[in-house]
Design a protein around this ligand. Structure first.
Ligand code: IMP
Length: 426
């Protein structure tokens, strides 16, 4: 099965993925890099993961597929941090595709240089070098994990990579790349990464043939997908479920049940259109009650009402089978709750997000208002424990997004979950 974010990321994937990972034989990341941020709370420990699949916390075999861009130094730092928290991360518990492209320091530099030079066109990236690394992959200039075992013959590849980057850097007034220093950095980190390197496509295909349960763990969200999201304010990978197959080396049927994680309201980090964004007390309240600060960058998230137009679109383009509805308790105590059901644009009514960024920024949300609930939903574990109005809200969301609810999550605790349909039993 595959778990993806149904909005702009930060939908609360960590808890759901952890819960599902405890029942999976293998957890696989298939896109993105250490721009992601998953927080897992297990007992008294809080684990913050960026690059590693969530299975690593419970010792489930974790794989990083070819679709991920890998920063070797970030990998090492994350492993060291988790090891200090008592986890054991070994080649038996972690495999990394030998075809993963590397994020190098020059990618991080370029990400920051571009953002700083972009004025109002700034994307608001995580500055982790994700975009530049994917560009080099597609441009056939990337240094990959397998190259770390062949550093003595890297020069022809470096010629191509450096010719490209030196020209870009010159445009920013930066000095050319120090080739020998870069090689030395790679030499120092090579063995650490290579101990985990494997042809991951074999691992996942064998697991599938043996009927093992593979959990594909998406990062970011559908609205940040490079094709289907709010371009150009997106990340540089495909975040939809289909990428699970291409990003690990399996056929297109690999995704299985697609669980879209959807928050009961909307948030976004970074720049870009956000039709239902709230700049008032309610927006402030959602941010505070929902603790809406980025796991990776600590940035404050923008908050707004639930946008059924966007989520309907996400569920359609990503092929979502059912959603996990999260953070419902953040809406507790509101007198009224609004749901965006359509957009107005220059006298027209739209049922989808237009493609052009300027139109996306200009659409006016059309709202439906429903009465809120005053009781607490926090910790509910069955429908019977939810106030009638909360159930009405969930049912209306299902209707508007054309997709059923499979799970409702009512607190960060694993057990505080209402299971409607088990994604693993499909
Ligand atoms: P990049 O992925 O660092 O290039 O950033 C591109 C956009 O995606 C920015 O708006 C980021 O804030 C956003 N983004 C990247 N990763 C995440 C994530 O894990 N959660 C939420 N937003 C993200």
């Amino acid at each position: 099965m595959t778990v993806i974010g149904g909005q702009w990321g930060d939908e609360g994937k960590g808890k759901i993925v952890d819960w599902l990972a405890s029942r999976a034989d293998m957890v696989a990341r298939f896109q993105g890099g250490h721009n992601a941020g998953h927080t897992l709370v297990v007992g008294n420990e809080t684990y913050k993961l960026s690059l590693l699949p969530s299975g690593i916390v419970r010792g489930t075999l974790s794989v990083i597929g070819n679709g991920v861009v890998l920063d070797p130094w970030a990998l090492k730092a994350e492993i060291e941090k988790l090891t200090a928290q008592g986890l054991s991360i070994t080649p038996e518990s972690l495999q990394i595709a030998d075809t993963c492209p590397l994020i190098l320091p020059i990618h991080r530099d370029l990400d920051a240089l571009r953002e700083d030079a972009s004025g109002k066109g700034k994307i608001g990236t995580t500055r982790r070098g994700i975009g530049p690394a994917y560009e080099d992959k597609v441009g056939r200039r990337a240094i990959r994990v397998c190259d770390l075992a062949h550093l003595d013959s890297l020069d022809p590849q470096l010629d191509r990579l450096l010719a490209h980057h030196d020209a870009l850097r010159a445009g920013f007034g930066e000095p050319p790349i120090d080739r020998e220093a870069l090689k030395e950095q790679l030499r120092e980190i090579a063995d650490f990464v290579l101990q985990f390197a494997k042809p991951v496509w074999i691992t996942v295909n064998e697991a599938r043939a043996r009927g093992k349960r593979i959990l594909f763990e998406g990062a970011q969200g559908v609205l940040l997908d490079v094709d289907h999201g709010t371009y150009p304010f997106v990340t540089s990978s495909n975040t939809i479920a289909g990428t699970a197959a291409a990003g690990t080396g399996l056929g297109p049927s690999a995704a299985g049940f697609v669980l879209g994680i959807v928050k009961a309201y909307t948030t976004r980090v970074g720049s870009g259109p956000f039709p239902t964004e709230l700049h008032d007390d309610i927006g402030q309240r959602l941010g505070e009650r929902g603790r809406e600060f980025g796991t990776v960058t600590g940035r404050k998230r923008r908050c707004g009402w639930f946008d059924a137009v966007l989520v309907r679109q996400s569920c359609a383009v990503a092929g979502v089978t059912g959603i996990a509805f999260t953070k419902l308790d953040v809406l507790d105590g509101l007198d009224e709750i609004r749901i965006c059901t359509g957009y107005k644009l220059g006298g027209r009514t739209l049922g989808h997000l237009p493609a052009h960024a300027a139109e996306q920024a200009a659409v006016e949300p059309v709202y439906e208002t429903i009465e809120g609930w005053q009781q607490s939903t926090a910790g509910a574990r069955s429908w019977a424990q939810l106030p009638a109005q909360a159930i009405k809200y969930i049912r209306r969301v299902e209707e508007l997004i054309h997709c059923p609810v499979a799970l409702v999550s009512t607190s960060p605790e694993r057990e505080d979950t209402i299971l409607v349909r088990d994604p693993f039993s499909d």
